[in-house]
Ligand binder design. Structure first.
Ligand code: HEC
Length: 142
């Protein structure tokens, strides 16, 4: 009985941590992705060629959001902040200065709910194992 209670409590916590990217409007997210992100991150989330090598201006090309990229390595609060505030501000708030980010801020054009729909769409394209890892990262960061 006790063990069952503990397990239930754990399950409830995990469900809560996952909550922000589940039960979202994946179709709306896909449409918003096509409109606002695909120009850089690719129509099939494939990113730009040689995305690990900075260009002459020192700015990195846009990375893929499919499972070959590193989006699934990051917790939801970080992904949300990176999209709303842009790369520069997000990294500076974590003490990383002198990095020229090519990722614009979308807080003036997209709401938090819209970005969560986009992230849920991106997440829905990953294999289940990567989705689980991303949930665990999010849970650990909570
Ligand atoms: C003008 C090109 C451009 C557009 C448009 C753009 N990005 Fe990015 N994005 C980048 C670049 C370049 C990076 C690489 C990191 C950096 O330079 O900060 C990046 C990095 C990211 C990252 C962090 C890396 C990762 O894989 O976790 C996230 C999250 C992200 N973008 C989400 C989005 C979302 C969501 C949209 C649409 C709302 C979007 N981006 C639109 C250029 C863009």
């Amino acid at each position: 009985m006790r063990l069952a209670t503990v397990l239930f409590a754990c399950a409830a916590t995990v469900a809560q941590a996952d909550h922000r990217l589940t039960d979202r409007d994946i179709e709306a997210g896909a449409a918003l992705y096509a409109e606002t992100c695909a120009s850089c991150h690719g129509a099939d989330l494939e990113g730009q060629p040689d995305w690990r090598t900075p260009g002459e201006d020192g700015i990195l090309p846009a990375p893929p959001h499919d499972v070959s990229g590193h989006t699934w390595h990051h917790d939801t609060p970080l992904l949300l902040e990176y999209t709303l505030k842009g790369g520069q501000a997000t990294l500076e708030s974590r003490g990383v200065t002198g990095f020229k980010s090519g990722m614009p801020a979308f807080e003036k054009t997209l709401t938090e709910d819209e970005v969560l729909d986009i992230l849920a769409f991106i997440r829905s394209t990953w294999p289940e194992r990567a989705q689980e890892v991303q949930s665990q990262r999010t849970h650990a960061a909570d």
